[in-house]
Design a protein. Sequence first.
Length: 168
Amino acid sequence: MTSVRRASREDIPLIISFIRALAAYENELDLVRITEQDLLRDAFGEHPVIYCLIAEHLGSPAGFALYYLNYSTWEGRPGIYLEDIFVLPELRGIGIGKRLLRHLAQIAMEMGCRRLQWQVLDWNAPAIEFYRSLGAQFMDRWRNVRLMNESVEELSRLAIRSAAEQIS
């Protein structure tokens, strides 16, 4: 029997272990920097910015889904962005991922969200086929764009400098 529930503060070490397992699967474990304090602040603090579901199979942790809200200006409605979904390798293929996504879709409907979206690595054929089987649409025309760390800091410094020049 598989169940899905909202994560609690007590799940923080479990969530981090799932994040690390996902990163290892994607060959990027060395990029994981998240701490228990980060999750405590961002998922369970006064103003949560992320939310997490835990899947359990036969009473034991089996996987998780971590998500946050986004917004469609064209639709004029909120949406959900699925940042991470992960099922333990030995439990894949028995419906746990589908159960997590169904639960997330139910949350989306309850919140009036018009879309549920996420990314998948182009080499992850099992995940791609799984998402196709659910009716997911692949948006091949769109390119992912990201500024990280030093680039964000530099852009921020330029904004501050520009604002200071306007005051002078």
